[in-house]
Ligand binder design. Structure first.
Ligand SMILES: *Cc1c(COP(=O)(O)O)cnc(C)c1O
Length: 390
């Protein structure tokens, strides 16, 4: 099973970090492997996912969408119904439980739009930890409500003024903090990115999505689906859905942010348009220029607006296990409107990309085929942005 001991998925992954972080990563890996084997940890994790976050989430047969496209049967995995409104809480609860085991009571995290920051602040409040979240100054302005939410839960939000003042700069600052405060501090990374063991660990915590979906579709349809669709930012909701189906004859489609179009420079389609490079501690596909400088990215959805992607996705792309497509801002808005109007579900702009892709795929398939789409989050956070565009 991948990754191997050194944290590689084929040629992707690894630990490209300063010497001072190596011991913390080793400690984290040791604790994680120990916890993974410990039935007590699993019990505790399951307890909080169920009683606090609201799992299992429903696998909903989208009757109206299915009818409209006259093709494959479309199911939605409803991560939007979780506490805090997205899948990110699965990971932050898992990591906070680990931090407690490591006796690290100081929590730090990065955030872009604030979704991961809010999920971390939530788990930190739940488990009584001190929490500091790094956020680009630009992002703080755009997402003032999430800054306030974090403050309400007792988290300090620290503005980042370097570089483009957005997510990638916030990650750099968080890594700097970690180097300085390594003995007392755990870094809660928000996706399947970063140095080993994060991509593996976050995947495992998010795999609850796919495990549930697998059991639910078998119960409802008596067979596995033909396609799984999910949006890919860093890649955690998609990997969480895909991974438990790895050995099955099920096709995986990852949907990246096409922004203003992938022939422009304003997009975040890392796997489709990027090259192999190193960003935030691991080797993976990266959007970079010919000197290896990281490109600016754009997407209507903040959660997909990231120039990197998890190494396991790079491995899936190279090996052909998954295919990746881009959906642009306009199409994502169409997906957003469609789901709102037809099913009465207002999705986050991130999974609206996957909904749009499902609307293209379903009519090409037969009525016997089954598609599962990961509805990674709800749309409340995006209402202002959508209002501006429409
Ligand atoms: C953050 C976020 C994403 C993107 O992150 P992944 O790690 O790719 O899952 C997708 N959907 C929602 C609702 C998010 O908040």
């Amino acid at each position: 099973m991948l990754p191997g001991k050194r944290g590689y998925f084929g040629r992707f992954g690894g630990k490209y970090v300063p010497e001072t972080l190596m011991s913390a990563l080793d400690e984290l890996e040791r604790e994680y492997l120990k916890a993974k084997k410990n039935p007590g940890f699993k019990k505790e994790f399951d307890f909080y996912l169920k009683k606090y976050a609201g799992r299992p989430t429903p696998l909903y047969f989208a009757r109206n969408l299915t009818k409209k496209f006259k093709g494959a049967r479309i199911y939605l995995k409803r991560e939007d119904l979780l506490h805090t409104g997205a899948h990110k809480i699965n990971n932050t609860i898992g990591q906070l439980l680990l931090a407690k085991r490591m006796k690290k009571n100081r929590i730090i995290a990065e955030t872009g739009a604030g979704q991961h920051g809010v999920a971390t602040a939530t788990a930190a409040a739940l488990f009584g930890c001190e929490c500091h979240v790094y956020m680009g100054q630009e992002d703080m302005k755009r997402q003032a409500l999430n800054v306030f939410r974090m403050a309400l839960m007792g988290t300090e939000v620290i503005p980042v003024t370097s570089g483009s003042k957005t997510l990638k700069d916030a990650i750099n600052e968080t890594l700097r903090d970690w180097v300085t405060n390594i003995r007392t501090t755990h870094y809660v990374l928000g996706s399947v990115v970063g140095p080993h063991p994060y991509p593996k660990m976050v995947r495992d915590f998010q795999s609850v999505i796919g495990k549930e979906a697998r059991a639910q579709i078998l119960k409802e349809e008596g067979r596995l689906p033909d396609y799984l669709l999910a949006c890919v930012g860093g890649g955690s909701n998609s990997m969480g859905l895909f991974y438990p189906f790895f050995k099955d004859k099920v096709r995986f489609v990852g949907v990246e942010a096409g922004g203003a179009g992938i022939s422009s420079s304003k997009h975040a389609a890392t796997l489709i348009k990027g090259g192999i490079g190193i960003l935030h501690g691991s080797k993976s596909y990266v959007l970079q220029d010919s000197d290896g400088q990281i490109n600016f990215t754009h997407s209507i959805s903040a959660g997909l607006d990231y120039p990197g992607v998890g190494p396991e996705h790079s491995f899936y792309k190279k090996s052909g296990r998954a295919s990746y497509v881009a959906v642009n801002d306009k199409e994502a808005l169409a997906g957003f409107k469609m789901l709102s109007e037809i099913e009465g579900i207002i999705p986050a702009l991130e999974p609206a990309h996957a909904i749009y892709q499902a609307s293209k795929l379903a009519p090409k398939l037969s009525k016997k085929n089954i598609i599962i789409v990961c509805l990674s989050g709800r749309g409340d956070k995006d209402i202002d942005i959508v209002k501006e565009y429409l």
